[in-house]
Design a protein around this ligand. Structure first.
Ligand code: NAD
Ligand code: 6OD
Length: 486
């Protein structure tokens, strides 16, 4: 069994109290690690290390050297690729191909893209008239914001944590990371990478532990933390915003979603079935950008439901590296209970269960894992709980529609506004729909296709701010104006 420690000031360390918590495998509920449980003492130590590093070698390092160092971080992640894949597989139980082809390579890319952004970005300048006719020049400079608290979730742990750490470090900040208690492994492993490539001590710190009244909250309330970037549930975002308000700390939030998939009758049918299947069931439905509400134009509805059902019923359950396995467990027993309670609620509220709805039959060695079936419902009104609330599991409700106007109203009738995937061959309609949906990210005839230079974030209650490319600089730097009188 593994022991996972904090990474503070360049060193792996246990908690001062000696306290640990259990990490169990989602595959079979086996105990796989004991993780140091951080409290105020560890957060204080990590913040002190991060503040000291801000004044040390890190702040004196030229941009060119910092950029080169972040490229080295990415290269070292690639060199240690198998270790990162194994760590993520152990924490999440997701299929090898998802982790190896999508999640871990993004961890490396998250350092490279922001290193390149910072190398190439310009700032604005304005020449102005003055009463004496001589004029003045204004120009803006960007400085690191300081110590950034990074609080990340469990669903794509390495991708989502590095998506924040990459730009934070590229902009010259230092970080204190609190990974999800469900997925501590890759954040810990990244400490080895930082040391291997010579990132100064204290630049990257990790404190493991829980959220409310624990390490997570202590970071958000710490006077030595200048800003908080958070990915997770909308409810948690509200709690963090309250904590950050006391210190007037800036926040960047990527929050929940209840995303609509919209399929028009003129779509490429096979591509749409495949796209909606991936968007609803990849990572066992634990993707913030995933689709839990599917609207299909009426002439296609029955055929579409049958085709998606077939895909759901042909998933292969298994361990990450089992031959052919393409479907993993949920992250934990707690999340399994939550998702199954929504499955029961759907039936209680009158859903027709097209497929799934429970726990799959599994070999004895997986029986204790956090497995649930991919599930499809039809027949519910838009007011039903499973149509309104984010479930974050492998399930979706499907409903027919008759017009663009109707489906736009249906799609927008939700407090969330993260993403939409729209399937049509009509270019004009694609543009009209993209213009009308109230979300931060729209995909047409695709899903989760990412160009890391683009603005990424949620509208309505799905987030605050945009990250990606130069947009990340708005949060991770302090933009200051200098006015020079001629
Ligand atoms: P969560 O909000 O429960 O936890 C996220 C992190 O916050 C964890 O590290 C947790 O320990 C910490 N935390 C919890 N309470 C806290 C508090 N009071 N103060 C400080 N930290 C606290 O989310 P989760 O269950 O880990 O992740 C799933 C959620 O994340 C879903 O709602 C999903 O939509 C969302 N998500 C959003 C995006 C996005 O880009 N918009 C991406 C991934 C996940
Ligand atoms: O691609 C990204 O940058 C990103 N933040 C993805 C989020 C996935 C949510 O589960």
């Amino acid at each position: 069994m593994q022991t996972i420690q904090h990474f503070i000031n360049g060193e792996y360390t246990p908690s001062a109290s000696g306290q640990t918590f259990e990490k169990r495998s989602p595959l079979d509920n086996r105990l796989i690690a004991r993780v140091a449980e951080g409290g105020q003492a560890e957060v204080d130590a990590a913040v002190a290390a991060a503040r000291a590093a801000l004044r040390g070698d890190w702040s004196r390092m030229s941009t060119e050297k910092r950029v080169a160092m972040l490229h080295s971080v990415a290269d070292e992640i690639t060199r240690r690729f198998d270790d990162f894949v194994a760590a993520e597989e152990a924490d999440t139980g997701q299929p090898h191909h998802v982790i190896a082809h999508a999640f871990v390579p993004r961890g490396a890319a998250n350092f490279k893209i922001f290193a390149d952004v910072i190398k190439n970005v310009a700032t604005e300048a304005f020449q102005m008239d003055t009463p004496d006719g001589r004029g003045a020049l204004n120009y803006a400079i960007r400085k690191p914001k300081g110590v950034i608290g990074v609080i990340s979730p469990w669903n794509a742990p390495f991708l989502l944590m590095t998506w924040k750490v990459g730009p934070a470090l590229a902009c010259g900040n230092t970080v204190v990371v609190k990974p999800s208690e469900e997925t501590p492994a890759t954040a810990a492993l990244l400490g080895e990478v930082m040391n291997a490539v010579g990132v100064p001590k204290g630049v990257y710190n990790v404190v493991h532990g829980f959220g409310p009244a624990a390490a997570g909250e202590f970071i958000t309330r710490h006077d030595g933390v200048d800003a908080i970037t958070f990915t997770g549930e909308t409810r948690t975002g509200a709690a963090i915003m309250k904590a950050a308000a006391d210190g007037i700390r800036d926040v960047s939030f990527e929050l929940g979603g209840k995303n609509a998939g919209i399929v028009f009758a003129d779509c490429d049918f096979d591509a749409a079935v495949d796209g909606i299947f991936r968007s609803a069931f990849l990572n066992t439905g634990q993707v913030c950008l995933g689709t839990e509400r599917v609207y299909v134009e009426r002439p296609l509805f029955d055929r579409f439901v049958q085709a998606l059902k077939l895909r759901c019923e042909s998933v292969k359950y298994g361990r990450p590296k089992d031959a052919g396995a393409n479907y993993g467990p949920l992250i934990s027993q707690e999340h399994k209970r939550k998702v199954l309670s929504y499955y029961e609620r759907a039936v209680a509220e009158g859903a027709t269960v097209v497929t799934g709805g429970g726990v799959p039959p599994l070999p004895a060695e997986l029986a204790e894992g956090a497995w649930v079936q991919p599930t499809m419902w039809t027949g519910l009104p838009e007011t039903a709980t499973v149509v309104r609330e984010e479930i974050f599991g492998p399930c979706c409700h499907l409903r027919p529609f008759d017009s663009e106007e109707e489906v736009l109203d249906l799609a927008n009738d939700n407090r969330y506004g993260l993403s939409t995937t729209i399937w049509t061959r009509d270019l004009g309609r694609a543009h009209r729909m993209a213009d009308g949906v109230e979300v931060g990210i729209t995909w047409i005839n695709s899903w989760f296709l990412r160009d890391l230079r683009t603005p990424f974030g949620g509208s309505k209650q799905s987030g605050i701010g945009r990250e990606g490319g130069v947009h990340s600089l708005e949060f991770y730097t302090d933009l200051r104006n200098v006015c020079i009188k001629y």
